[in-house]
Design a protein around this ligand. Structure first.
Ligand code: PEP
Length: 252
């Protein structure tokens, strides 16, 4: 059975006290209200991962928003996969569009980060997605093809089993514009097929593909009804316990 994952990316938000309060609210609400099988992942800023991880119960994990492509050494300001693993992180986002856009992270660089994450036994959530201009120019499938093949196609089948992909159309992130369920499903099926051609149907059928881009409680149910949408990577709506838990609850 394909794993369903709802992850909340807090980005650079919340002070320590607020992060602790948000975590405890989410943990308590899920304990009381959620009977489904999806895994919930909280992805706070690096500095809170340890404290957040210690508060988690049940089918809730933590993750990081980024990691270094190096294992250790003189890389001032960087955080390695091992550091994250040993403070409780299970997942790590690689290639979020904000990292691609503001920190010039390109596919070849991200491929190295994927390797580093896997070496540290973290599960990478590899983000892909086209800009509005790329969609309007009708080159979104080419862009997605490059992001996936250059970022992931060097992996072995064993490694690929541990990768999650998040489709996040850049034009839908933080804009309130969600891709329609048909648009998202079309891309998810395309991604699954690309992965099938390279790694075979066992891997592609078990691959978790999350959708991200203005997911809210009122659009989550419909998005999650699509056959190739296996969860969500949530930004803005993950900063408030009620809305985030309601999105998790939309995944039966
Ligand atoms: C994101 O940044 O991964 C994201 C999907 O943000 P939002 O939900 O706010 O669009």
């Amino acid at each position: 059975m394909r794993k369903k994952i709802i992850a909340g990316n807090w980005k650079m938000n919340k002070n320590f006290e607020e992060a602790m309060a948000l975590t405890s609210e989410i943990v308590n609400m899920l304990k009381d209200e959620y009977k489904g099988s999806a895994e919930t992942v909280l992805i706070p800023p690096f500095v809170y991962i340890n404290a957040v991880s210690r508060m988690l119960e049940g089918n809730i994990s933590s993750g990081a928003q980024n990691c270094s492509n190096h294992a250790s050494g003189a890389y001032t300001g960087e955080i390695s996969g091992d550091m994250l693993k040993t403070i409780g992180a299970k997942y790590v986002i690689i290639g979020h569009s904000e990292r691609r856009q503001y920190f010039a992270e390109h596919n070849d660089w991200l491929a190295k980060k994927i390797n580093a994450a896997l070496l540290s036994k973290l599960f990478p959530i590899y983000c892909v997605g086209e800009t509005l201009q790329e969609r309007e120019n009708n080159i979104h499938f080419d862009v997605l093809n490059s992001q996936i093949s250059e970022g992931l196609f060097h992996l072995s089948n064993e490694q690929m089993k541990n990768v999650v992909i998040a489709y996040e159309p850049v034009w839908a992130i933080g804009t309130g514009k969600t891709a329609s369920t048909e648009q998202a499903q079309e891309v998810h099926a395309f991604i699954r097929n690309l992965v099938k051609e390279k790694f075979g149907s066992d891997i592609s059928e078990n691959l978790t593909i999350q959708y991200g881009g203005s997911v809210k409680p009122d659009n989550a149910v419909e998005l999650f009804s699509a056959p190739d949408i296996d969860g969500a990577l949530v930004g803005g709506a993950a900063l408030q316990s009620r809305t985030f838990v309601d999105i998790v609850k939309a995944m039966k």
